[in-house]
Design a protein around this ligand. Structure first.
Ligand SMILES: [Zn+2]
Length: 450
């Protein structure tokens, strides 16, 4: 078996100046841990970041990712069910002490992911692809496997993730491969793409094995694990666009499926007769299943967006919204589609409606604010960015755009305040340059001599 620890990393690898600075920042923040016992293998491994770091990075980043995925499900019963299934598994893991909030998110593409502190989410797209509670347990078990093996912390220790996550919220990685990566970064959305960077095939193997371990210990039949792998393998072979992000982060292969079958028949064969709870899963997801036709159309629209076929995307969003007129994710995605088509009044109309159907969720405020800037309704845009900041603090772009709206109102004092705050977090890029130049021009700061 290949071991996941490696003491040679530190001595063999030369860190770039940037990575060194990032690691130093971690050290001064008290997050450096040194060697640690891997909770799964029980072996000592080089671990440059501590459990506190994992939890803090999780808490700073996961809310932004959940908002990027159109917020937590408004279906409380379904959310509670996911919590229940997940929480019942955590005592059987290697790190039962981690916080592990489980949630469903409104995104319609097919994905599930875990943050290093244990925040785990599954999209509506993947929930609709599962057919039993045992499959759900296998999915959550796999994500729990990544958290328990500390895969993100390992990548961090190897210097892979350093610059992305130090100093607050991770920058949106446009290379995430999802339909909205670029649009989202243009709009100043934050996601945690960098933090959820790809797992290696070894990571996947380890997470699969832990997944089946946790789900069988929790009383589910191994068939659920194989069913999940069969479903994923089918999506992978069929090249399902809706699952491209899932497979970009969790590499799928025939080998994973074959291994699953072999684990079921050999090492885990004694658990074959444990229940799968198909009906219980169907009962709890009945409400979601009613939306399946609309969600299918939204997935189709997202695939068109990824191909930059915006007219086709608009048509599919339109059809989907006819079936589910108050679907928050559908409305926000349609607003983005309109934004790309530069139809700002339409973008505003859909984002305003989205705000009404899910007032607690922040993303629609950002879109609405952005559309209002384009329509030169600067004072209203300020209100939207302020609302966004209240609902979801910590996105530096909110400060930039609100500053920009104040600038449009000729309110230099307020604009300068926001630009100044923005520049304290972001130093590079066009926005930073704009903010900097304004501050110099208005005599707020002196030009630096660099
Ligand atoms: Zn994985």
């Amino acid at each position: 078996m290949k071991t996941s620890y490696n003491d040679e990393i530190l001595t063999q690898r030369t860190y770039s100046r940037r990575e060194f600075l990032a690691l130093s920042a971690l050290a001064s923040a008290g997050f450096l841990a040194g060697c640690a016992i891997n909770p799964v293998t029980g072996k000592n491994q080089l671990m440059l970041v501590s459990q506190d770091w994992e939890v803090q990075v999780d808490q700073q980043n996961s809310p932004h990712q959940f908002s990027t995925d159109y917020g937590k499900l408004q279906d409380n019963a379904l959310n509670n069910y996911l919590q229940q299934v997940g929480k019942a598994m955590t005592p059987h893991t290697h790190r039962p002490e981690m916080p592990y909030p489980f949630q469903g998110v409104n995104a319609t593409y097919i994905n599930a992911y875990a943050f290093p502190g244990g925040s785990i989410a599954a999209t509506r797209g993947i929930l609709l692809s599962l057919e039993s509670e045992a499959e759900l347990a296998a999915l959550l078990g796999h994500e729990l496997g990544h958290v328990n093996s500390r895969h993100t912390a390992q990548q961090m220790s190897k210097g892979i993730l350093t610059q992305a996550v130090v100093g607050g919220v991770a920058a949106y990685a446009g290379s995430r491969g999802d339909a909205y990566g670029q649009i989202a970064s243009q709009l100043g959305m934050l996601g945690a793409g960098a933090l959820l960077a790809s797992y290696s095939r070894d990571n996947e193997r380890e997470a699969d094995r832990l997944g089946v371990t946790y789900m069988t210990r929790s009383g589910y039949g191994t068939e659920g694990f194989v069913d999940l792998m069969e479903m994923l393998n089918g999506l992978h072979k069929g090249n399902a666009g809706a699952a491209s992000l899932l497979f970009a982060t969790h590499p799928m292969s025939q080998e994973r499926y074959d291994t699953a079958v072999s684990l079921k028949n050999n090492e885990f064969s004694s658990f074959i007769s444990q229940p799968l709870y198909r009906e219980r899963y169907m009962d709890h997801t009945a409400g979601l299943r009613k939306l399946k036709p609309a969600i299918g159309l939204f997935q189709k629209a997202e695939e068109s967006m990824a191909r930059e076929a915006y007219d086709q995307a608009e048509a599919s969003f339109d059809q989907g919204l006819k079936l589910a007129p108050t679907d928050y994710a559908g409305l926000v995605m349609m607003a983005k589609c309109q934004m790309v088509k530069k139809k700002y009044d339409q973008a505003l109309r859909f984002s305003e409606k989205a705000k009404q159907v899910y007032p607690q969720e922040a993303q629609a405020n950002h879109l609405s604010g952005f559309a209002k800037i384009k329509l030169k309704k600067f004072d209203q845009a300020v209100a939207d960015f302020t609302a966004y900041e209240t609902k979801l603090p910590g996105n530096p772009n909110t400060m930039f755009y609100r500053g920009y709206a104040y600038e449009g109102m000729d309110n230099k004092k307020k604009s300068a305040e926001d630009y100044y705050h923005y520049l304290q977090q972001v130093k590079e890029g066009e926005q930073a340059q704009h903010a900097y130049q304004c501050l110099v021009e208005w005599g707020v700061i002196k030009p630096s001599s660099r």
